[in-house]
Write a protein that binds this ligand. Sequence first.
Ligand code: FMN
Length: 192
Amino acid sequence: MIKIAPKETGIHDLLRKRWSARSFSEAMIGDDELMNLFKAASWASSSMNEQPWRFVYAKRGSEVYEQILSTLMPGNAIWAGKAPILLAVFAKNSFDDGNVNLHAWHDVGAACTKLLLQGAELGIFGHQMGGFDREKAKNIFQYPGSLDIVSILALGYLGEADDLEEPFKSRELTPRTRKSPEEIAFTSFSDL
Ligand SMILES: Cc1cc2nc3c(=O)[nH]c(=O)nc-3n(C[C@H](O)[C@H](O)[C@H](O)COP(=O)(O)O)c2cc1C
């Protein structure tokens, strides 16, 4: 089940190949591949080249994996708990001089996209999640106040949609849709 975006979009093949899978095979991602993904993330642009992205990664079966999994909303945990790797994604919220970095989350999102695109090149799929309990994450992860938790990301090789329970199987099989350029790009502010 590959939900590649249609060729008619005219966008780059790598962009077409990235999509948010829910069905993962049991195969573990190798350490070299994982580091390659983080390297891709690190080559994102960022305000003042601050590189505010931070990741905690965990392999299935580890204590940290269970900690990350325990923060997910049930509708995410049910499928994400089969992914070989879970990441907790953080943003360093201020510069070293103490000034707030207003672009930190923006830049972390950009880095995640690079990570996912590099994954697409390697046949590794990812699924970003905002559906987790932030308060629980704060208590369990005990991360420094200089960081914000942004998202949780499941990573792995593609599994079979048939292995998913409903409604996730149907969601996995539903075609992806997008707004048209005319709906998101304008030539005047009053059209927004
Ligand atoms: C910040 C963020 C949070 C998301 N949270 C969830 C989530 O909690 N659960 C989920 O199933 N998908 C989540 N998604 C995935 C989106 O639903 C998905 O990206 C969107 O439907 C477009 O599909 P595509 O990524 O396959 O192109 C999230 C994506 C992003 C970027």
